[in-house]
Design a protein around this ligand. Sequence first.
Ligand SMILES: [Zn+2]
Length: 220
Amino acid sequence: MSTLPFPHRTKPSSTAVNFVAPAVVVKVGKPATTFFVNGDLLCSTSDYFKTALKQEWREGKRRVVELPDDDADSFNTYLNWLHSKTVVLGYDDGDFYELIDVYALGDKLLDSDFKDAVTDAMIVSFNDNKGGNVLPGSYNRTRLYDKTAESSTARRLIVHRLARTNNVSLIEGGDCHAFLMDVAIEAISKGPEKTNDAAARCAFHEHAPGAENCYRNKYA
Ligand SMILES: [Zn+2]
């Protein structure tokens, strides 16, 4: 039997997006930026859009969803995720600041695969191109706590990393009380595992146990 000179790239038809599906108009921010998105694609991994676009809801009948409190750059990143299953930031030098907004949008849209990919992108943002670490400062740590829930994986990630810095000067005066408490508790109870190793076993992901449930494998 001969071997094909290219990798096998087909997938079952059940995974296909129906591009005949009508577009949904999504208005993001104030003033609003308007996006026209395939309805099937929009609902493919977001429970928020699945619910909002049910026919019995006004948004479902009009095929218009408004997200006035979110920003267009973050939504554009989300649409890139839907198309390519890759976190593409709005700027080439995108950093933790932008990732916070993107994570918060994933939280609102109830898309756990996207949030899992964003926490992975946060870990990448910790590493500079010289092998060193670039950890978020107190301004971004406070922003993260303002925009995320108590049990969020993004909070767990930054607390895990900061509790292992062995550098008290990283805890700056501008940090919020909740963050300082979380770091103090983690510092007392922490084990020897490094943040990158914890991330490799999906410690900062929301999916159900099992590698087959991880976006890294589902969309590979
Ligand atoms: Zn995972």
